[in-house]
Design a protein around this ligand. Structure first.
Ligand SMILES: [Zn+2]
Length: 184
């Protein structure tokens, strides 16, 4: 593992311990060239299997890209998208599965997205639950109303306002690269 300070090609592991209930391993490393210390975190790759059978590592940026489309014109900011992607990854990792079908990732997005923005949720759900008719939307909206009644909140507050005009979010940040996040 390369030293992040002086970029020396090698470093020594001086301590290794399990974290997150064994889901990750943290290693304390020391650079023989500059003597500085840093920490790496190792965790199993969560694979997403596409319909074609090809698998690729779970990627929060892709989750965000998909949700961002559904959120166009909605009052959802970049931090909220980041948080949602984190919640999705946590929920999938919590199942203990080493790989997950891509469709399952879409379904996992639905719950936190419903909490975030109901209009975006309906858009997203129409794709991932394969709505085929207006009745599918009606049924979903009826359920959303029922949730509001149960929670004592106004029915679908997000749907009573006009969507902001010309409010588009493009671009976005890449994944953060904190202090050594990869395997040795
Ligand atoms: Zn160094």
């Amino acid at each position: 593992m390369r030293c992040p300070f002086c970029h020396n090609a090698d470093s020594r592991v001086i301590d290794s311990r399990e974290a997150d209930e064994g889901a990750t391993t943290r290693r304390r490393r020391s650079c023989p060239a500059c003597g500085r210390r840093f920490t790496t975190v190792e965790e199993a790759v969560l694979a997403v299997v596409k319909r074609s059978g090809v698998s690729e590592p779970f990627n929060r940026t892709k989750v965000i890209a998909g949700v961002r489309r559904a959120c166009q014109g909605r009052p959802v900011d970049e931090d909220q998208l980041q948080l949602l992607a984190q919640q999705v990854e946590d929920a999938i990792r919590a199942t203990g599965a080493a790989e997950v079908p891509s469709h399952e990732v879409g379904l996992t997005i639905l719950r936190p997205l419903r909490e975030l923005d109901e209009v975006a949720y309906l858009r997203f759900a129409s794709v991932y639950r394969a709505f085929t008719s207006i009745e599918d939307f009606e049924k979903e909206i009826t359920e959303l109303r029922a949730r509001h009644i149960a929670a004592g909140t106004p029915p679908l507050p997000g749907m009573q306002e006009d969507p902001p005009v010309g409010r588009r979010r493009t671009g976005g940040r890449g994944q953060a690269a904190p202090d050594g996040n990869s395997a040795p």
